[in-house]
Design a protein around this ligand. Structure first.
Ligand code: G1P
Length: 294
């Protein structure tokens, strides 16, 4: 499932009337990379947990017969291929989170969809790997099976001073790439963080998580944190595992403007058609800015 119900307040005014997941990174909206990553990893049943003002996400993944006819008439084969490419194998389902009550509550909206099966959660505002080429979720599914886990979390190293932006995990054996998690804290200040390993927007859960979410008390902002529900799994002696993202699996977090600008620039520079030209433009702009500063 892909939660996309957040308000995107850190990206206002860009997100006043459009979802942050639809902001473009290079030539595609962010959420399309997320879907392409899932499809590449063999996940084809995708539930979006949406909210008010998120209908453009549904439209984006729907066929647009009028547009297709116009492109066919104009002989734009390459564009037609790009429109159908990447997410073609996916089946989409939508449900709404009716109130903004946090990520835990959004995940609870997937209970009927998941039924008795394990399921993956991929945050709709995080791209993993340049052009979403990461295999991390496949490794996570393998760890889930082979270690009989109740939950597997993707984690990444972050600078110690940034722990207050993430859920932070405490490993039982430091230094491993796959390890058991013994504690988790949502957005701790650096001095209270049990490590600098941050939860990176991909989770595999057994359906046990739904009962845990129901037991979690809302935080100060009235939000139900999934991190607290995972802590309950740990407290009950269930196996919670973490998989560290590898070097080619950088996480691009589009939660604020500095990281959005950086992500856009990195993807535009890597674009096979426009990257080289964009690099020259950037170099020219930088040289000009340096001249003016000097
Ligand atoms: C959420 C999770 C947090 C995680 C982060 C990753 O926070 O609650 O544990 O580290 O996503 O992006 P949010 O960024 O939605 O506040």
């Amino acid at each position: 499932m892909v939660p996309v119900a957040g308000l995107g307040t850190r990206l206002l005014p860009a997100t006043k009337s459009q979802p942050k997941e639809m902001l473009p990174v290079g030539r595609k909206p962010i959420v399309q990379y997320v879907v392409e990553e899932l499809v590449r990893n063999g996940i084809e049943q995708i539930l979006f947990v949406t909210g008010r003002s998120k209908t453009s996400i549904e439209n984006h993944f729907d066929d647009d017969p009028e547009l297709i006819r116009a492109l066919e008439a104009a002989g734009k084969k390459d564009l037609l291929e790009e429109l159908s490419g990447g997410s073609g194998a996916a089946h989409f389902f939508y449900t709404r989170q009716r109130q903004q009550r946090g990520l835990g509550d959004a995940i609870l909206c997937a209970e009927n969809f998941a039924g008795e099966e394990p399921f993956l959660v991929a945050l709709g505002d995080s791209i993993i790997g340049l052009n979403a080429n990461s295999r991390a979720v496949s490794s996570m599914a393998q760890v889930f099976e082979s270690r009989r886990a109740s939950c597997v979390i993707a984690v990444e190293e972050v600078p110690r001073e940034e722990t207050r932006h993430y859920g932070i995990v405490q490993p039982d054996s430091p230094g491993e790439d796959v390890f058991r998690v013994v504690n988790l804290v949502e957005k701790p200040p650096p001095e209270k963080a049990p490590s600098s390993l941050a939860i990176a927007g991909r989770y595999v859960f057994s359906p046990l998580i739904f009962d845990m979410i129901r037991r979690v008390k809302p935080d100060r902002r009235g939000e139900i944190q999934v991190t607290d529900a995972i802590q309950l799994l740990c407290d009950e002696g269930k196996r919670v595992m973490a998989v560290k993202l590898g070097p080619g699996e950088k996480r691009y977090d589009i939660g604020n403007f500095p990281s959005y600008f950086e992500t856009f620039a990195e993807f535009a520079l890597a674009d096979p058609h426009y990257g080289e030209g964009f690099r020259r433009v950037l170099e020219r702009l930088l040289a000009k800015a340096e001249c003016q500063a000097g």
